[in-house]
Ligand binder design. Structure first.
Ligand SMILES: Cc1cc2nc3c(=O)[nH]c(=O)nc-3n(C[C@H](O)[C@H](O)[C@H](O)COP(=O)(O)OP(=O)(O)OC[C@H]3O[C@@H](n4cnc5c(N)ncnc54)[C@H](O)[C@@H]3O)c2cc1C
Length: 446
């Protein structure tokens, strides 16, 4: 049960507490500190980013929104994304649907590949330079409430570890333990809305990466989602990102699906790495990192209430991830910024009630975050009920293109019949058309 305190302990008090020094927390703390608030950023890891985990993409629009002079700050990023798209695997083959050049050749590019442990630590250093007080190696275990039940501080795992502030922003990442304790959501993570991602970082010399992935030089990078054979037909996706001199590869599958099929993430990863089209890309490389992490993919339908008396929630903790576009870092950053600004406005009004902090929800409603999450609100359910997009269709596209580009010397009418049959053997044509229409409706948001 949350503690109820009548008296305010003056020992350690701030204008704002932010829990979790990921991108959401780092940005929330920074944007409030910039406006003059005294901000404590509490992180359980040894360092910011120490508990964070991925090599993936960060997005220029969000970075520049926080730091207009972002590129002058010498950020520790890997490569710009100059090629992006989908790779579809069959058992032995692969079809690549990627885009390169054109829109993706901007300078700066729209997206960059980053190693989050490094990038996150750097991000929080920038926040500290602007006045954020970082309290590392400290776990927030509960909230302190006043007699009316409003949150007025946090209880940490340190002796006498109470920290007070009239507003707390929860940026605890995917595990919604504090979000539940704050009363913003009433259930644990649902296995069907969370993907378990296993990832390896494999070191490969930069020139080999360029040659193997067809990149002109180390100022070009590839970010692709991989579907098909790797997830054994289960609801899941793989990904590949080229860093400067390493390749980040992973597979993510919904927790409930792993459980129902007794599938082991390690086996999926091994299958991915051994695939005849993938293995040569990382041949001879040394594994530098191996680990697993959850991604909240439930989106709109799994979002907690975003504000309460003395509390806000942002980033993964609020299920702000667009699973189709791999957008999580930009949502965390922009939502963090808006939460920090909302806390500042509440200070100006000297009103920290839910009614005052609702301004955060209003700001989010106007941003791409809630608009997109609302539009994609059925996507997670769509994937869970349309497994053929992971298995039958990628396999069909490989077979169809394979036959089209190899069936020489046979009457073409027969060729087309064979191609169609390779689909209808596994899926009646009308149902396939229905699936495509249904996919279209899902992403348009009807
Ligand atoms: C393998 C993988 C690949 C990904 N690829 C991409 C990608 O390519 N592009 C993209 O945009 N997104 C990607 N994502 C998603 C993206 O990483 C997240 O959406 C984003 O980083 C969330 O930021 P956050 O600040 O909300 O949470 P986090 O980065 O998880 O930060 C939460 C912080 O809170 C701390 N914390 C938690 N509880 C407490 C507590 N009680 N007390 C103190 N501290 C606490 C944690 O230690 C952590 O530092 C990927 C995720 C994974 C796992």
């Amino acid at each position: 049960m949350p503690k109820t305190k009548q008296k305010k302990n003056k020992k350690l008090s701030f204008d704002l507490i932010v829990v979790g020094a990921g991108l959401a927390g780092g940005t929330a703390a920074l944007s409030a500190a910039r406006k003059g608030l005294k901000v404590a950023l509490i992180e359980r890891g040894q360092t910011p980013g120490g508990k964070n985990y991925f090599g993936g993409t960060v997005y220029t629009h969000a970075l520049e929104e926080v730091f207009p002079d972002f590129w002058k700050r010498n950020p520790p990023l890997e490569r710009p994304v100059t090629e992006a798209g989908y790779w579809m695997l069959s058992e032995t083959g692969m079809t690549r649907i990627t885009v390169q050049g054109g829109e993706l050749l901007k300078n700066p590019a729209d997206a960059y590949i980053g190693m989050m442990a490094k990038f996150n630590a750097w991000w929080v250093e920038q926040a500290q330079a602007e006045g954020v007080f970082l309290i590392p190696k400290t776990l927030v275990v509960d909230f302190i409430r006043d007699a009316r039940g409003a949150i007025i501080g946090v209880q940490t795992d340190r002796p006498e570890g109470e920290v007070y502030a009239p507003v707390t922003i929860i940026c605890e990442g995917v595990n919604n333990i504090l979000t539940q304790k704050a009363g913003l959501i009433d259930h644990d993570l649902r296995p069907e809305t969370v993907a378990l991602v296993v990832k390896q970082l494999i070191s490969v010399p930069a020139e080999d990466i360029n040659a193997r992935f067809g990149l002109p030089d180390s100022d070009h990078g590839l970010a692709v989602s991989v579907i098909g054979d790797i997830s054994l037909g289960l609801t899941g996706l793989g990904f590949i990102y080229t860093c400067k001199s390493s390749v980040s590869l992973g597979v993510g599958v919904d927790l409930d699906v792993l459980d129902n099929h007794h599938a082991r993430p390690y086996d999926l990863m091994q299958r991915f790495l051994k695939h005849p089209q993938i293995a040569p890309l990382v041949a001879g490389g040394q594994m530098m990192e191996y680990g697993g992490h959850l991604i909240p993919e439930g989106g709109w339908r799994q979002m907690p209430k975003l504000y309460g008396d003395g509390v806000l929630v942002a980033g993964d903790a609020a299920a702000m991830v667009n699973a189709l576009h791999w957008e999580g870092t930009n949502m965390a950053t922009v939502a963090g910024k808006l939460a920090g600004e909302a806390a500042f406005e509440a200070h100006q009004r000297k009103d920290y009630s839910a009614g005052s902090l609702k301004v955060y929800q209003d700001k989010l409603n106007d941003s791409f975050i809630l608009r997109d999450l609302r539009q994609y609100r059925n996507f997670s359910h769509f994937l869970n009920t349309h497994h053929d997009f992971m298995d039958v269709y990628p396999g069909f596209i490989n077979t169809a293109l394979g036959k089209f580009f190899s069936g020489f010397g046979q009457p073409k009418r027969q060729l087309y019949r064979d191609i169609l049959r390779s689909l209808t053997r596994r899926k009646p044509l009308l149902r396939a058309v229905g699936d495509i229409v249904s996919f279209g409706r899902t992403i348009i948001g009807w």
